[in-house]
Design a binder for this molecule. Structure first.
Ligand code: XMP
Length: 515
């Protein structure tokens, strides 16, 4: 990113590192996360306005604990160490970090903290407040030249500062919401210590990106695989603004989307945006390939393989020149600070291009943005709210929500049931409180009674979760009245369904999807 103002978040393996970066960006300062293995030459080249050392799971005394060259403290660049980062700063500069012998020095969770409000980080805040702690070792003596700027009942140095060298450290996590006014502390570091001006705004991102895209693409064509998900949709809107009809979006409708979703995507991009929109309807081919297949991983493989076959064949026919664009976003390509610096995460957003297609290059207009920034850009570009805030939807679509063999009849039943669920959740304003919710067709028939007649029909399951990261998730506590209405409507309105159940399994041990 050729941004003028950049802050580096040096990743020592902590769990909140992306959150730190997001908070910095929320303060309108562009930042990048780099692994602690990054060469100091690169740090100097980037000429950051400031550096933030993240937390990490280690003790500075662990044999394998991540350290960094002490030269970094001599560059004259302001540094803020957080948690492990604070301990590392103290240890590297001659302070004393006392290893936890028992649990008497550990602090986990909300902790009452006392601040020296003369310190620049805490200036204007209250003299005491809650901070979020997560540490065992503690700093028992700050390095020469530093003063203690915050304490807790068990932590003699909950924060330290050496204003002369612009070095600061906090034992707690200001990036976590549980720390009262934590974002203001970060903001103070960025603006009052680093001297940032706050140039990172989504409006200016759009303007500069559009100008750069025009410059790069010239009069060539650009093709984008549009799934209707947030990332590819925002990428499409941005490219449309930049080059209009030079953009072709290829949308593969494999028949496994939710009810009316294909039409909604088509309508959005043909009516609201200037571009060539190509929809490939291949429902029948996909269903034929899935005939008789029950094993989840095999289904996923078939759907994925077919998808790329159809997609690339279309590209070969007409659009195999010019540029290829994709909706890669920043978290898809962040290198982790957990040691293996060479390995960059591969992700479904980063597509392998077949060797026989010779594009001029790949364009990833959102590659520096976090998801919330992508959404903000989408809103500003006029994408419908429903699309910008769309829940995650698995690539194999309803193929993994119809359990067992996928047939047109089962897909139809599931689409209808799912549409009722979404309608009711929208009506009562619950949709946006859920991370994800959907209906599942387990392929189980049960006995029921309707009117005076015995029925033997399909069971529909409802799944709804709340989560921050989808690695773990809680089952959502949807009020009974809403569940009751959903159940009634599904049974009355969807033919061949006679029973509805609600999935109350968290992840782990369950996964979000049933297959
Ligand atoms: P699980 O079921 O693994 O789901 O707890 C976590 C999140 O990932 C989504 N998911 C998928 N997304 N292809 C995708 O693109 C897949 O095969 C797939 N399987 C699960 C799921 O919807 C949830 O958001």
């Amino acid at each position: 990113m050729d941004n003028k103002e950049i802050v580096i978040v040096l990743d020592f393996g902590g769990q909140y590192n992306q959150l730190i970066a997001r908070r910095v960006r929320e303060c309108n300062v562009y930042c990048e996360i780099l692994p602690y293995t990054v060469d100091i030459k690169k740090v100097k080249e980037l000429s950051p306005k400031g550096i933030i050392f993240t937390g990490g799971p280690n003790s500075v005394y662990d044999e394998k604990s991540p350290h960094y060259s002490n030269e970094i403290f001599k560059l004259g660049i302001p540094i803020l160490g957080i948690c492990y980062g604070c301990q590392l700063m103290a240890y590297s500069l001659g302070g004393v970090v006392t290893p936890a012998k028992d649990n008497s020095s550990s602090e986990y969770g909300k902790t009452e903290t006392f601040y020296n409000t003369d310190d620049v980080l805490f200036n204007g805040l209250s003299e005491s407040g809650t901070s979020w702690m997560s540490h065992r070792d503690y700093i028992s003596k700050v390095p020469d030249g530093f003063t203690v700027t915050a304490t807790t009942a068990v932590c003699p140095a909950a924060a330290m500062a050496c204003p002369e060298k612009k070095l600061y450290g906090v034992q707690f996590h200001p990036e976590v919401n549980h720390t009262d006014r934590g974002t203001e502390m970060l903001r103070s570091f960025l603006y009052n210590v680093c001297g940032c001006k706050g140039e990172w705004k989504m409006e200016s991102f759009i303007d500069t990106t559009v100008a750069k895209l025009r410059d790069k693409i010239g009069n060539k064509g650009v093709v984008l695989g549009l799934s209707g998900g947030v990332d590819s949709s925002v990428a499409a809107a941005l490219l449309s603004k930049a080059v209009g009809k030079q953009l072709t979006c290829v949308f593969v409708d494999q028949g496994l989307m939710r009810k009316d979703e294909g039409d909604f995507v088509e309508e959005t991009f043909t009516k609201l945006f200037d571009m060539n929109f190509v929809r490939i309807n291949c429902q029948d081919e996909f269903l034929l390939k899935l005939k008789g297949v029950c094993e989840p991983e095999e289904k996923r493989k078939i759907i994925g393989t077919e998808f790329y076959k159809v997609f690339w064949n279309k590209i070969r026919e007409n659009y195999g020149t010019g540029y290829f664009a994709q909706g890669t976003i920043y978290p898809d390509r962040i290198e982790s600070g957990k040691g293996d610096a060479a390995k960059i995460k591969t992700h479904h957003n980063q597509v392998g291009i077949p060797e026989d297609i010779d594009f001029e290059g790949v364009i990833e207009p959102l590659k520096d943005l976090f998801k919330d920034e992508v959404r903000a850009v989408g809103e500003k570009l006029g994408l419908p709210h429903k699309l910008v805030w769309r829940q995650p939807f698995p690539g194999p679509g309803l193929g993994v929500r119809v359990i067992g063999e996928v047939t047109p009849e089962k897909v139809h039943i599931l689409q209808e049931a799912d549409a009722i669920l979404r309608d009711e959740m929208d009506k009562c304003g619950y949709s946006e409180q859920m991370s994800q919710f959907f209906a599942v067709l387990p392929g189980v028939k049960t006995v029921g009674v309707m009117g005076d007649a015995r029925t033997y029909d399909e069971l529909v399951a409802i799944r709804a979760v709340t989560t921050d990261d989808f690695m773990t998730a809680d089952w959502a506590k949807i009020p009974y009245e809403i569940l009751g209405r959903v159940s009634n409507r599904i049974i009355n309105e969807v033919e061949h369904v006679n029973r509805v159940v609600y999935d109350i399994t968290s992840k782990p041990p369950g996964t979000v999807e049933w297959e």
